[in-house]
Design a protein around this ligand. Structure first.
Ligand code: C2E
Ligand code: CA
Ligand code: CA
Length: 718
């Protein structure tokens, strides 16, 4: 109700109607023109009307026949309503008036001085209004407090107050529960109790934040610290506070704040950190072997280049390593075994480097050793040799021994590199040289190699066209039976009539063909062309029906599923008997997976053709496995044969190999027979077949044909 309002609801406790009229008149006069009123004389009426209607003020006579002011006041209080109660009387003395006021009456107006009434009513209305508003505010505050309390409890926030001069701390239960203590285990009302609970590493940070705030350098005090849980582990909390009281000298007295458990957030942060660190790690390491990857290596190389330019003693070397025939191992043993081998190689490399060096995997079967602080490049050669030696030791993979070999290309910082890609490029080039030099060795880069590399790339391009452009030709080298001198067949050897370079021997292009996979179409072309030639000869000279052709087949081709259908189709086209066809497979590539290889060779044997193990004696002779392979002949490597006379051990090896093949029921073929003495010696040792310059160099098809006819004539003449 507005106090300035002209309306008023007045309840009059009065037995004298005239007096009541006077009161109303006076109120009207005082401005309460819109008057709602009632007059009661008994306690019952008073109670009833209080309950049934709202009132702004009660005006009560002091003494009525059936009621008096103190009793009426009591009833009003009992009703619980806050309605101003003003006594209007003519009879009351001062002591009574005081007693009435104590009992809760608001004011006292004498009937003979009614002009005061209006003002008294107005003031009481105002007071009542104030009271109501205050009450409302208090209620609101109470409700807010209640809500806040619920909110704090629900949120699990701990609250604390800290009285600085006394060191007394007040905390709510939550602060203590956070650490799983009960309030009685420690004296949590002392600041000193809390300090040792802070993680030693966080103490300093905590104290610094506190000091800064107390010196008024920060608006609030804020620190994330770890507190010791009752069980010993650490709870991450956010401790926030603010000075809320100062003394007369502006010195902080009371600090008030909150404690929030942020362990989960910290853990999430930690996980995010770890994830980020993991991503970084992954971006710099090879997933399979765990070695640093190309990225990481490049970063290190960049630093190494910078250092080597600044400090003459900080020279470095890059050893680029590529496993020989890894693809073959992978194809024959399976990818799991391939992976196992790469990991084993990575371990070998990792075990060889000093802390200042780095072993990295570039991908595939390519690895790099970065040697730093190299004081002499002789040391690099020693490392290279040791590395090759280590890698030649058999690796145990899936319970079987696997033999590896690697080719190494080396560059040194003497080349004054600018960019990390340069030493890698050159080392790669040197590595290719090592492969070309017969693998299993290392080559140190020199500038001329770059040109050679370009030449090689050119050759690779040319080779792609050579097959289609009919640039390949076949030469035939006779294979003779030593006992009779009879020609049993020919080995087919490919040559390349390069349009610019002239005649190229296999050594110049077969390795490239193998690396690029061109070896497969090349071998197939050789097979097809050779068989066509044989078919032609047999047609012209029917007495040559027994003649066989030996083809060199790359291991890559051997594992291809379409090899057998291909052989079937070309045999059918040439209308030759399969027994005319002999496949030569190099020993070193055969032994990786003997069981699978045995099966594969058996499939070939089932076609009706025969198989020879080529270059026998150079592989890591798994003699014990040999009997499992369905082969018909062993071809003794020509390095042993050509050195038989001059080099004692060679003669012994040849003898052993011949004995071995006899024992296994296989034919021994000697290649590279260059002298009559060798021929006789081999015959004496029991070697059945031979080929070599002593008989003839490999010949073109027409020359071979002529040679054959002459040889036949000679034989017949004897
Ligand atoms: P290989 O299978 O060991 O072939 C024998 C090599 O010895 C041939 O070299 C041959 O010319 C050479 N030779 C023959 N008699 C003598 C001799 O008395 N003394 C000496 N020092 N050498 C002799 P070529 O033709 O240069 O072939 C080299 C290698 O190239 C072959 O070695 C073979 O592994 C490979 N090759 C040749 N043709 C093909 C082919 O069509 N396909 C595949 N995959 N490889 C081939
Ligand atoms: Ca051969
Ligand atoms: Ca050979």
């Amino acid at each position: 109700m507005n106090i300035a309002d002209a309306s008023l609801r007045v309840l009059i406790v009065e037995d004298c109607d005239d007096d009541a009229v006077l009161l109303r008149r006076e109120l009207k006069r005082a401005g309460f023109e819109d008057l709602t009123w009632a007059q009661v004389q008994t306690a019952d009426d008073f109670k009833t009307i209080l309950q049934t209607q709202p009132w702004d003020v009660v005006l009560s006579d002091y003494k009525l026949p059936h009621l008096n002011a103190p009793a009426a006041l009591d009833l009003l209080k009992q009703s619980g309503q806050d309605i101003p109660f003003i006594v209007v009387s003519g009879t009351v003395g001062e002591a009574t008036a005081v007693a009435l006021m104590r009992a809760g009456a608001c004011d006292y107006v004498m009937k003979d001085n009614l002009s005061r009434l209006g003002e008294a009513v107005r003031r009481e209305l105002r007071d009542a209004q104030d009271r109501r508003e205050r009450q409302q505010a208090e209620n609101d505050l109470e409700r807010t407090r209640e809500l806040l309390k619920l909110a704090i409890e629900g949120s699990g926030i701990g609250l604390w107050n800290w009285h600085l001069p006394s060191g007394t701390v007040w905390v709510n239960d939550r602060c203590i529960q956070m650490l799983d203590y009960s309030p009685t285990t420690l004296d949590f009302t002392r600041y000193e109790t809390w300090v040792p609970l802070i993680h030693p590493d966080d103490q300093e940070k905590h104290l610094a934040a506190l000091a800064a705030h107390l010196e008024n350098l920060t608006p609030t005090f804020d620190s994330e610290i770890r507190l010791r849980h009752r069980e010993g582990h650490w709870v991450w909390v956010l401790n926030r506070g603010k000075v809320v009281e100062w003394d007369a000298d502006d010195k902080p007295q009371l600090l008030s704040g909150t404690l929030t458990d942020i362990t989960e957030r910290k853990q999430a942060e930690e996980e995010r950190h770890q994830a980020a660190a993991q991503i970084l790690y992954n971006s710099l390491h090879d997933a399979l072997t765990g070695l640093p990857n190309r990225n990481f290596l490049k970063q290190r190389l960049e630093l190494a280049i910078q250092r080597s330019r600044r400090y003459p003693q900080a020279q470095f070397a890059v050893l680029f390593l590529d496993l020989d025939h890894f693809k073959v191992i992978n194809d024959s043993l399976g990818h799991q075994a391939g992976d196992d081998i790469l990991v084993a190689v990575a371990n070998t490399l990792g075990g060889m480097v000093r802390s200042s060096d780095m072993a990295a995997r570039l991908g595939g079967d390519e690895f790099v050793l970065l040697l730093e602080e190299v004081d002499s490049f002789q040391v690099v050669e020693v490392v290279a040799e040791r590395l090759l030696e280590e890698l030649q030791k058999p690796f145990l993979v899936q319970g079987r021994e696997v033999f590896l070999n690697a080719s190494l290309g080396i560059v040194t910082s003497l080349a004054q590199y600018q960019d990390p890609t340069e030493p890698l490029r050159d080392a790669d080039i040197a590595m290719y040289r090592a492969k070309a030099r017969g693998r299993g060795c290392f080559v140190i880069f020199d500038d001329s190699m770059r040109q050679q590399m370009l030449d090689r790339l050119q050759l690779e391009q040319d080779l792609r066209r050579a097959i289609d452009h009919q640039e390949l030709v076949l030469h035939y080298q006779p294979i003779l039976r030593l006992a009779t001198g009879q020609v049993c067949g020919f080995e087919v050897l490919v040559r390349w009539h390069h349009p610019q370079r002239g005649l190229l021997l296999p050594i110049e292009f077969i390795p490239i063909a193998e690396e690029t996979g061109l070896i497969v179409p090349l071998d197939r072309w050789v097979l097809k062309t050779g068989l066509q030639q044989l078919a032609l000869w047999q047609r012209h000279y029917p007495y040559l029906a027994h003649l066989t052709l030996s083809f060199n087949v790359s291991i890559q081709d051997l594992w291809r599923d379409d090899l057998i259908p291909y052989l079937q189709s070309i045999l059918a086209q040439s209308a030759l008997s399969p027994c005319c066809l002999n496949l030569e497979i190099t020993e070193s590539t055969l032994i990786q997976n003997i069981q699978a290889m045995a099966l594969r060779l058996q499939q070939l044997r089932d076609l009706g053709l025969s198989i020879t193990i080529d270059d026998f004696g150079t592989g890591y002779s798994s003699l014990s496995y040999l009997h499992q392979l369905p082969v018909s002949a062993l071809k003794i490597d020509r390095t042993f044969v050509t050195t038989m006379e001059t080099h004692g051990p060679s003669a012994n090896i040849v003898e052993t190999l011949i004995t071995l093949s006899n024992r296994l029921g296989l034919e021994a073929v000697a290649e590279g027979v260059e002298t009559d003495h060798q021929r006789k010696q081999l015959h004496g040792l029991g070697c059945e077949l031979a080929q070599g310059h002593w008989f003839t160099h490999p010949l073109s098809a027409p020359d071979a044909e002529r040679w054959l006819v002459e040889a036949e004539a000679d034989l017949n003449a004897k």
